[in-house]
Design a protein around this ligand. Sequence first.
Ligand code: NDP
Length: 477
Amino acid sequence: MTLHQNLIAGEWVGTDATKNINPSNTDDVVGEYARASVEDTKTAISAAKAAFQAWSRSGILERHAILRKTADEIVARKDELGRLLSREEGKTVAEGIGETVRAGQIFDFFAGECLRLAGEVLPSIRPNIGVEITREPVGVVGIITPWNFPIAIPAWKIAPALCYGNTVVFKPAELVPGCSWAIVDILHRAGLPKGVLNLVMGKGSVVGQTMLDSPDVNAITFTGSTGTGKRVASASIEHNRKYQLEMGGKNPFVVLDDADLTVAVEAAVNSAFFSTGQRCTASSRVIVTEGIHDRFVAAVGERLKGVVVDDALKTGTHIGPVVDESQLKQDTDYIEIGQKEGARLAFGGERLKRDTPGFYLAPALFTEATNDMRISREEIFGPVAAVIRVKDYEEALFVANDTPFGLSSGIATTSLKHATHFKRNVEAGMVMVNLPTAGVDFHVPFGGRKGSSHGSREQGKYANEFYTTVKTAYTLA
Ligand code: NDP
């Protein structure tokens, strides 16, 4: 089996390998991937530091061409890379191909941004003086990504980092190194100079921690759990470096009496269960007013009967497996906790057997849940959702905001008044009206509030707030 190595200072290196396992079929080894050591990670950081001066001054056309070429190759290989994604993470092939195309679109967008770098020229408050405001790269950017979007999240961090002239040390989640290796290989062949992008696959406690501890990493962008996010924050404060965190969610989806039932059911089922509920923007709290509650729950039950949970690579599968044994245990533990707390397990929640050994779980829907139960307060990160019955819109909004998180949110309603009020008053970084809480565009800001996020937004042109620093220059005329 070919060993996929780390890319450090422009060379493919590494022998200590780990196996990448398919969660739909644990007998299937997707590939072998090198594991970086502390020393490898330090070498990668030094290489990125050494490459910074030249890359930060490189021509915008050079950067544009490399990102553009990368975008083209990703899109041209969307079927192959989409299948690789499904095989290593467990999303359906359609979801895998969709995410791969998205990664290509993101590289394409930032290829364009290379040609749109701009500053400002202003008059000074003093006579005969001009003021220029320019944006400069931050330096060495450490990128740490989670397993649930193996190609899109690396793309939306690597593309802007390179576009704005930073060099990169990139650590993907150990569970899903395949897509990360593929995009680094594509970028390397597209002509990135040595050391500009370094790939260090391996354990968070080894590779990630070495990045956090290094004084030579000038900024860290992190997506993952709240616990690791807090470590990133405290280490970054220690080193006085810039950091950006995207962490968990407990996203509310409100269904009002006046909702179009079909729209509400589709959006709720998609939000809660598609991509196996393993999206930070998934909704696991469905807050339903009493006039529509019973009809809504019955219709969701009917809809779930038609949902096929099976091998992610099989045609006809709607929901693939959970990513691994420990995530599956977390999901089933919460299903038990919910029942003990007094919620009613109305549908699903049982482990499923399929033709191949994998981590299959029937989407679980609780009813009669309250917002103070652990299943309503803590992120589960699986196909498990709870319906909370409320009296009216006002109570729905209160419950929606009664959470330590604030990433995404949604409402199903035909009332302009309530939709408008919800958009203005829900405490979340993103709001969806008659749409699932997950599913975002790449050219507009992505991120949350409260315990979900820290720092400036990701994606679109807002990304430059993190990947650049502003300089103000005064010149005597
Ligand atoms: P983790 O926080 O466990 O891991 C995220 C990344 O951090 C991985 O690459 C991991 O490495 C690394 N890491 C682990 N320990 C350290 C450390 N000590 N120092 C530096 N890096 C470390 O999260 P998961 O990958 O398990 O992802 C699931 C979680 O991520 C969920 O809670 C979910 O809500 C959240 N998430 C949030 C998103 C958002 O945009 N808000 C998007 C996606 C997920 P390793 O490979 O060893 O695990």
